[in-house]
Ligand binder design. Sequence first.
Ligand code: A3P
Length: 303
Amino acid sequence: MELGLFQKLVGGLKNMKHKMGVVQDIPLLQTTCDIWDKIQNFQAREDDILIASFPKAGSMWVQEIMDLILLNGDIKKSMRAPCFLKVPFIDLNAAPLPSGVEAANGMESPRIIKTHLPLQLIPPSFWEKNVKVIYVARNAKDSMVSYFYFQKMNKMLPDPGTWNEYFSKFLAGNVPWGSWFDHVIGWWRAKDKHQILFVFYEDMIEDPKREIRKISQFLGKELTEEVLDIIQHHTSFDIMKENPMANLSTLPSFVIDQSISPFIRKGKVGDWRNHFLVVQNALFDEEYMKKMKGVGLNFRNEL
Ligand code: A3P
C-alpha cells in the first residue's frame, strides 16, 4: 500500500478501543482474536522470511537490516516506504487498514513477514513451507522497560499503569502476547527442528557488523565488506532515530504518541538499572532462575 493511502485510512483508528482477548491462554489484542481463523490459515510461500520476537526485542532494527540485505544495501530502495508497510505484521488487525494477512497476501515475493506470536500459534503453513525464521531475543529486564514505555505511547495497546503495577503484570505474563519466558523458551526449543536463527539484541549492540553478516549468511547472501558497512551505518541507532521510514513519525499521535516516549527510545543494554527497584530486581532474579533453569538459553543483562 502507498503511504498516501495509508495516511488517509489511518484516520479511521481515531476511536479505537484496546480490548484484550485470549487464544490458547495467550493474551492477544481482541482484534487479532477476531480474525484468528484467517491468521491460522495464512498461506506462507517458500521464499518468505519470518521475523519473530517478543515485543520490544529490536524487531524493527532487524527488519530494516533484512530489507537492506535483500536489496544489497541499496539505501534509496530501502526508503521506498515505512518499515511497517514493507514488512506486514500478520498478527495485526486494525480496520479500516488492511490486516497484516491481507497486506501480505497482496505482496510480491520475496516477503519479509513479522510476528510476535509464540511458537505454538504460528500459522502451520510456515512450517509446511520450511520458511526461514529469524528470532530476535532481548534480555527480559530491558524488554520489560522498553515495553512499559511502548504501552504508554502506543494507543492500540492497553495502558500499562504505574511502573510497579507493570512490573507485576509483565512477570505474570499478563501483557499482550503473554509471557516473555514462555515466548523465548518455546522458540529456543524449536530452533533445531526448523530453520531458525536466533539473533540477540545484546550481540547486535556489541558488534552490529558481525550480526548483520550472520543474518545475511543465513539468508544465503554473501555481501561485501563495503555493503555490510553501509547497512551497519544506515541502521545505526542515531540514523534510524532520524529516519522517517523507521521511526514511526509517519503515524499520527492518536496511534503512536511520541511526545510520551519516542519509538526509537534509548537503544541501550542495561537501561533496566534506571527502573528496577532493589526489591524488584531480587524478585525478578528469583523468578528468572525458576523459569529458565536448565533451558540452556543465556541472556546478558549488561555488556
Ligand atoms: P528501547 O525502548 O530500549 O530504546 P521493537 O522494534 O521490537 O519494537 O524494539 C524497539 C526497541 O529497539 C527500542 O528499545 C528501540 O530503541 C530499539 N532500537 C530500534 N532501533 C535500534 C537501533 N538501530 N539500535 C539500537 N536499538 C534500536
